[in-house]
Design a protein around this ligand. Structure first.
Ligand code: ADP
Length: 857
């Protein structure tokens, strides 16, 4: 048992010895700790764990503890002074004995050695070992070694060097160095890793002491090994989390710190997160070098000191301060300080938040509130707060006195001085009392009352009362009121009512119809004249839409007018037909006035006056008819004048030729004149026919449509033209489409139309040149192309050649200028159209495009 005492005495740390539910420990310096189960009763065998000379000291302490008392005492024993601290814990007693003076070497054994059988070491989690210094043999090692190394204790007895083989390669060097130092350092205290056979790594804390023989010879090396793997892992995890925390704390806008109170009452920063610098501009070191409290705005410093004192006294304080940053900027911080009491130390944790933005908006808010208050003082309304006592009594808590005085003439003093003060007009008091009862019951009430002012004048107010619910009392404890002077408004309303009556009188008796409607034309009011206008009574139409009464053709214009009300002037006029109950259209003219909302400017009503203008309209229509007829007459007269000119020329030639033929005896001369006479007569006939055709096409065209083979028609015209082509020695061509194209046409009229164009081509092409007529197929249409290489048409004349009677100025003899006009009318009547290309001196191309019929029809 010798090595056990040696072992305990060699420990600088307190060695814990566990023995059932009791344990005790003692160090080399004689320090002593014991833990005793509360069931432990003095005088029982377990008391034996203490050495006999200590038992008279320990027994009364254990009695005290059993009574629940705390023990702090000093004892003198074996020539040394000891302090004894003993506390009753929830499941055991704790005794701490410290040597205050005396030779630690002479420290007596506090523990009864015999009470520590060897096997108690085998209940320890830590490895306890003792090694003989002379031969290196293991004297003792407990079973905990098996748990830590995974190798039974016996193996270490057999092979003292076994532990070396488990040292982690990375720690091997450190371990060997420590081993070397054992004798001259009296042992070592080392943390290292071992690599177990199963491949797992463990962190161990190994510390030992050398004991020496009186002659100075080293005897044994006694040590304890603790498995600190879990602790190491926790440490690493903690480091990682602290790193993470540091990163976060530096990047968030808030910062935290701890401060410790120093004995002189001042405080010192222990730890602070990085955001501190970002917010204040200062580093902690810099702040230490300037005056304490310098971070805070001078006006705040007294309060800061006060608050820190409160924290010192154990209070948690949450406060807001202005600070001055390093750059001189003023900012706001909210600091929450929480004190922590530890044995011998007082410190607090603080959490600071930059609330500058919030403060600034709060200040802005307060400013606007001030503005609001000022505004409410000068505005016409007055406001008040009434408190309702549990007994149902009403007490004025607050009133905007200025505004109240302005409206009622009463001052706050008047209110207090006058018994049963009531400004409500006697006739309205009952109603007002009923309303107050409603408000107290939780209803928000808006009502209008007459009041009697101090000067006796009756005025109107509109009062708005809103109850306020109290969560605490579970009832409506207050109500807010706002009163508005509406006297002017009431006067205006009365005036309006009078005007309205007048308006009605006027509207009801007017011959024109007066209506009021919503912007969507929903009718609100119609004056009785509507019955005369449309045959409906006003009652039948109210609620229906004006649109429904408007002629469909005029609806759009009318509705557009209404849709764009916002764009329209205040007054505007629309015209259109409306449907009378009998079905006849009534021409109306409406003058509309748009009423707009004074604030939003949205139209909300239209007032209109509708006038029956049918007769006017009918007159108008007749006038238009008349002027159209006059225009037609004028054109006809012009036409006849122009045409008669064209008749006169050939007629005078006929006259002359007849006269000359009669006068001459020469048979050849006579034949010549008669020939000329016949030709002119023929021209007149043609001209007459053209004129008649033109008039017919313009007034009452009648067509007899049939299926016409275009090839046949063109061949027929071409054959008819051949003598004239030959006479002019023209190179002519007829190009036909195969299979033949069919059109749906009036054969006679189509013949006339094509003839005119082909005739022109021959007519306006000098001798010896060429003309061509071609029929071609285009999508769903036939193209008849008439090409000549003649004189062409001046670009200026081109747009007008289809006008009736148009002839280019320089050409006065040929034709009457009716041919192309006739052709165009015919082609258009056949749903076709004409294209012309022409170059003066080079020739022209006329294309007549007509819809085709499917070939088989
Ligand atoms: P007219 O009966 O006088 O020929 P049209 O109506 O047939 O009248 O033609 C009107 C005018 O268009 C003609 O006077 C002529 O100047 C011009 N014109 C018509 N066809 C041609 C053409 N193929 N080449 C040149 N000029 C033409």
């Amino acid at each position: 048992m010798d090595y056990l005492s040696a072992l305990i005495n060699s420990m600088t740390d307190v060695l814990l010895i566990v023995f059932d539910s009791q344990w005790a420990a003692q160090s080399a310096q004689g320090h002593f700790v014991a833990r005793v189960a509360p069931s432990f009763a003095p005088g029982k065998p377990a008391e034996d764990i203490f050495a006999p000379d200590w038992q008279p000291v320990i027994t009364p302490i254990l009695h005290q503890l059993a009574r629940g008392e705390a023990v702090d005492t000093e004892v003198t024993l074996s020539g040394a002074n000891w302090s004894v601290t003993a506390r009753s814990l929830h499941d055991s007693h704790l005794l701490i004995v410290r040597a205050l003076s005396g030779q630690p070497a002479a420290a007596p054994a506090l523990l009864h050695q015999s009470s520590m059988p060897r096997h108690i070491f085998d209940h320890l989690d830590d490895v306890v070992y003792s090694i003989n210094m002379s031969d290196g043999q293991v004297v003792y090692i407990n079973h905990a070694v098996e748990h830590i190394y995974g190798v039974p204790a016996e193996a270490f007895y057999r092979d003292p060097a076994l532990c070396l083989t488990y040292i982690h390669p990375e720690d091997d060097e450190r371990y060997r160095a420590a081993m070397q130092s054992i004798t001259y350092q009296d042992g070592y205290n080392l943390e290292y890793r071992i690599l177990r056979a199963d491949g797992s790594v463990r962190w161990l804390h190994d510390r030992n002491r050398v004991t020496y023989a009186p002659d100075g010879r080293p005897l044994t090396l006694n040590g304890v090994i603790t498995d600190i793997t879990h602790h190491k892992q926790t440490e690493a995890a903690l480091r990682a989390s602290e790193e993470r925390y540091r990163l976060i704390s530096e990047s968030i806008s808030d910062y935290a710190y701890t401060k410790v109170f120093l004995p002189d009452g001042s405080t010192q920063v222990e730890w602070i997160t990085g955001s501190f610098k970002r917010i204040t501009g200062w580093t902690v070191e810099e702040l230490d070098s300037i005056a304490p409290g310098a971070l805070f705005h001078p006006d705040e410093r007294a309060r800061v000191v006060e608050d820190v004192t409160r924290v010192y006294n154990g209070e948690t304080v949450d406060a807001e301060y202005r600070i001055i940053t390093r750059s001189g900027e003023e900012r706001w911080l909210r600091i929450l300080r929480r004190p922590v009491e530890e044995i011998g130390f007082k410190r607090y944790y603080a959490f600071a938040q930059d609330i500058t933005e919030r403060k600034r908006s709060e200040l802005a808010l307060r400013e606007s509130e001030t503005r609001y208050r000022i505004l409410s003082e000068i505005m016409s309304d007055y406001a008040f707060l009434i408190r309702i006592t549990p007994e149902g009594e009403m007490v004025s808590d607050w009133i905007t006195a200025d505004a109240f005085a302005r409206i009622t003439g009463y001052s706050a003093e008047d209110m207090l001085a006058l018994a049963r003060f009531n400004i409500i007009h006697p006739d309205d008091r009952e109603r007002a009392a009923d309303d107050v009862a409603k408000v107290i019951a939780g209803v928000t009430v808006v009502a209008e009352y007459r009041i009697v002012t101090r000067s006796g004048e009756t005025r109107w107010i509109r009062m708005y009362r809103m109850p306020v619910w109290s969560e605490e009392e579970g009832r409506f404890t207050h109500y807010y009121g706002v009163a508005q002077d509406i006297t002017e408004q009431k006067h205006a309303e009365n005036a309006l009512r009078e005007r309205e009556t007048l308006y009605r009188l006027l509207a009801d008796n007017a011959t024109d119809t007066i209506i009021r409607m919503l912007p969507d034309s929903t009718l609100l009011y119609l004056s009785p004249a509507i019955e005369t206008l449309l045959g409906y009574t006003s009652d039948e139409l109210i609620g229906t839409q004006l649109y429904d009464l408007v002629h469909p053709d005029d609806l759009e214009a009318m509705r557009d007018g209404l849709l764009h009300l916002s764009l329209l002037p205040e007054t505007y006029t629309t015209a259109g037909r409306m449907r009378h109950r009998s079905g006849i259209d009534i021409w109306t003219e409406t003058t509309n006035r748009v009423l707009r909302h004074p604030v939003s400017d949205e139209p909300f009503e239209i007032q209109s006056i509708i006038r029956d203008v049918t007769e006017l309209k009918q007159g108008e229509q007749r006038a238009i008819q008349l002027s159209l007829e006059q225009e037609r007459m004028r054109l006809l007269a012009q036409f006849i004048t122009s045409v008669s000119h064209d008749f006169r020329t050939p007629l005078s030639i006929i006259h002359t030729s007849a006269h000359l033929a009669r006068r001459t005896d020469d048979a050849d001369r006579r034949a010549y004149h008669l020939d000329k006479l016949v030709r002119e007569a023929h021209d007149i006939e043609r001209l007459l026919e053209n004129v008649l055709t033109m008039v017919r096409l313009d007034s009452s065209p009648q067509f007899d449509f049939t299926n016409v083979n275009l090839n046949d028609l063109l061949t027929e015209i071409y054959q008819k033209m051949l003598p004239r082509i030959e006479a002019k020695q023209l190179a002519a061509a007829l190009e036909l489409e195969s299979p033949p194209l069919h059109i749906y046409a009036d054969l006679t009229e189509m013949h006339r139309a094509l003839y005119n164009v082909i005739e022109n081509a021959i007519l306006y092409t000098p001798e010896g040149r060429s003309v061509a007529v071609a029929a071609q197929s285009r999508t769903d249409s036939a193209v008849i192309e008439v090409r000549d290489t003649g004189i062409g048409i001046n670009p200026d004349d081109l747009p007008r050649i289809f006008d009736p009677l148009y002839k280019p100025p320089e050409r006065s003899t040929d034709g009457a200028g009716l041919g192309l006009a006739i052709t165009r009318r015919i082609i258009e009547a056949h749903r076709g159209y004409i294209e012309v290309e022409s170059t003066p001196g080079r020739g022209s191309i006329f294309r007549l495009i007509l819809p085709t019929l499917p070939a088989e029809v």
